[in-house]
Design a protein. Structure first.
Lengths: 110, 114
């Protein structure tokens, strides 16, 4: 089992809809969780980090963490075509080194 | 201010050759990371520097890979006797150095081994 599991997609949603991206992880030690956005041919860009159980909101983005279920998600409200990208989930434990999932491709169509 | 820069942006080499990839982190960032990303995969950790020293090199795949950061700023990833399987995007990231500090990625170097 991979340490960080993501459905590779693509996830296709219409413009204006809510996009829901999910990620599961395999340990109970990880403390920090991250969502990165990566446009095709570009490098990853951090959009959200979350450390405590519950929800964290930042603009149109909401990250949700459930450590008991080993599950973290990212909701994108009012999805725009410019949100079309690959979304990488990552975790880190006691070290400073994040472990990345393979990413979920999101397509927002007009 | 300037972000993380990496040179070259593209490198094509022949099997068996030696290559060096350079990373110039954000000024003042003490932590520097190297990752390798293959198509359709997430970044795979290679090595982490805190200052001049390699704090964790557990991700280096074998002894053909080596990285240095002699003055605690610029880092060079060195690959000896390149193999076709080394072809990938090599990403560098830097951060202020705390565990929760944001990592800022450079644009990457696309390495192709023929």
């Amino acid at each position: 089992q991979k340490e960080v599991e993501q459905n590779s997609g693509p996830l296709s949603v219409p413009e204006g809809a809510i996009a829901s991206l999910n990620c599961t992880y395999s340990d109970r030690v990880s403390q920090s969780f991250f969502w990165y956005r990566q446009y095709s041919g570009k490098s990853p860009e951090l959009i959200m980090s979350i450390y405590s159980n519950g929800d964290k909101e930042d603009g149109r983005f909401t990250a949700q963490l459930n450590k008991a279920s080993q599950y973290v998600s990212l909701l994108i409200r009012d999805s725009q075509p410019s949100d079309s990208a690959t979304y990488l989930c990552a975790k880190s434990g006691g070290s400073y080194i994040p472990t990345f999932g393979r990413g979920t491709s999101l397509i927002v169509h007009p | 201010g300037a972000g993380v820069s990496q040179t070259p942006s593209n490198k094509v080499t022949e099997k068996g050759k030696y290559v060096e990839l350079r990373c110039d982190p954000i000024s003042g960032h003490t932590a520097l990371y190297w990752y390798r990303q293959s198509l359709g995969q997430g970044p795979e950790f290679l090595i982490y520097f805190q200052g001049t020293g390699a704090a964790d090199d557990s991700g280096l795949p074998n002894d053909r890979f080596f990285a240095v950061r002699p003055e605690g700023s610029v880092s060079t990833l060195k690959i000896q006797r390149t193999e076709r399987g080394d072809s990938a995007m090599y990403l560098c990231a830097s951060s202020l150095g705390g565990q929760h500090d944001t990592q800022y990625f450079g644009p990457g170097t696309r390495l192709t081994v023929l």
